[in-house]
Design a protein around this ligand. Structure first.
Ligand code: DX5
Ligand code: ZN
Length: 219
């Protein structure tokens, strides 16, 4: 079954400890933590001190999504804050292969994220070093945006590429992942769902109810 990862930038910031504890208890698989620098994307969200603080409330993997320029300059900051997995944007560094290898060498899972317009062939030569690929299904920077239509075709092509090469790589989708979009992304090969305002938060359900409904839907 696909893995469910709440996107914590969509959670109630005034009650983050409570939300993390409840989501952990409700059985989510990982926590997706968006980091933004106001340059790679026109927004700011969560940072290393907050990650360090919420690290005390759960043992579930922290998947840190670095939407920052030159992510290689900040890896230690997020490794020390408690990240278990770090994804960096292919568009945000001159040295993608070395940056991913550094994440791996530090004992974390390495992910590469690609914006909607970025072709999958831009990451063909790092498939041997990544553990997961984050296909941005919205333009990064904000929650509550609309799914970019051609991303299902991109997922299909990526799944074929990975299968052809014979690698074991998880495919994560991030952005507007909800009840309208989940069936197709699963069909096209995604197995890690980043869930924000379209499926977990700002629903007319408790966090526990939203997780249970989502689990039932993706069975
Ligand atoms: C956007 C972030 C996503 C976002 C998802 O740049 O990477 O994780 O928070 O939120 P929704 O599900 O509302 O698109
Ligand atoms: Zn994200």
């Amino acid at each position: 079954m696909a893995l469910i990862g709440p996107s914590l930038m969509c959670a109630d910031m005034a009650n983050l400890q409570d939300s993390v504890l409840r989501l952990d208890q409700a059985g989510v698989d990982f926590f997706h933590i968006d980091v933004m620098d106001g340059k790679f994307v026109p927004n700011f969200t969560l940072g290393p001190d907050l990650i360090k603080r919420i690290r005390e409330f759960t043992n579930k993997p922290f998947d840190v999504h670095l939407m920052v320029e030159k992510p290689e300059d900040y890896l230690n900051l997020f490794i020390e804050s408690g990240a278990d997995m770090i994804s960096v944007h292919a568009e945000a560094t001159y040295h993608l292969q070395r940056t991913l290898q550094t994440i791996k060498d530090q004992g974390l899972k390495a992910g590469v994220a690609i914006n909607p317009a970025t072709p999958i062939h831009d990451i063909e030569y790092v498939l041997d070093v990544v553990n997961y690929i984050t296909v941005m299904t919205v333009n990064p920077g904000f929650a509550g945006q609309k799914f970019v239509p051609l991303m299902n075709g991109k997922l299909r092509d990526l799944t074929s590429l990975i299968n052809e090469c014979g690698y074991k790589i998880d495919i994560q989708v991030d952005g507007n992942i909800g009840y309208e979009t989940i069936p197709n992304v699963l069909k096209n090969g995604a197995n890690m769902l980043v869930c924000g305002t379209s499926s977990l938060f700002k629903q007319d359900l408790s966090l526990e109810g939203a997780v249970a409904k989502l689990k039932g839907f993706i069975q």
